[in-house]
Design a protein around this ligand. Sequence first.
Ligand SMILES: N[C@@H](CCC(=O)N[C@@H](CS)C(=O)NCC(=O)O)C(=O)O
Length: 229
Amino acid sequence: MIKFYYNAAPNPLKVALFLEESGLPYEGVAVDTKRGQQHEPSYLAINPNAKVPALVDGDVVVFDSNAILLYLAEKTGQFLPEATPQNRGALLSWLMFIASGVGPFSGQAVHFRNFAPGDNAYARKRYDYEARRHWRIIDDRLAQGRYMMGDRYTILDMAVWGWAPRIPAMLGDGALQEFPNISRLMAELDARPAAQRALTLKDRHAFKIEMDQDAMRAMYPQIFAPDPA
Ligand SMILES: N[C@@H](CCC(=O)N[C@@H](CS)C(=O)NCC(=O)O)C(=O)O
């Protein structure tokens, strides 16, 4: 059976949605990142990047949420657009845009707004600006159709759904109002039974909540590292 390594954060959530939508049998394995479990050798053997999610399917190991979405979609033939070269080009482009742009800029925007120590005025400004710019591009795409790939619900919508609830934490309260098409998609997907089940996955484990010194060390070790030369 598939083993899905997760916590309650946006990237695992996207994969949880796929697993619940597809009906694939899987076992959830909690990785309590505030307790530092992502750095344990047994987990590093699966995901050398020490992040969640990761997935083990028999002798296949996949890490990175976007790689996992593509792997599962291709394995099952589900949540993909109609198989045309044009759709393949669009799917890969948008998936990589989310993987290399939306996700990382969003993560840094959350970090510099909420967790980074010291004076970070420029870093905060840069990531706020760039995260907002990326989300505007997604919103504009969703203005053209019901889903990221037009009328077909695909892994791209799942990838957007995982991160979009964090928009207020990265861009400020009320920021979702700037993105009416993303808000519309979120409302639609939130109402799906699979999404409701995906959201309860985090309740199966008593994840550490406190962001104490040990959690900061586990998640943001660079704060405690020597300054660069
Ligand atoms: N590109 C990776 C990023 C994974 C990632 O940053 N995961 C976060 C949760 S959303 C994490 O593991 N945080 C814990 C930590 O940084 O120690 C993916 O999409 O899977």
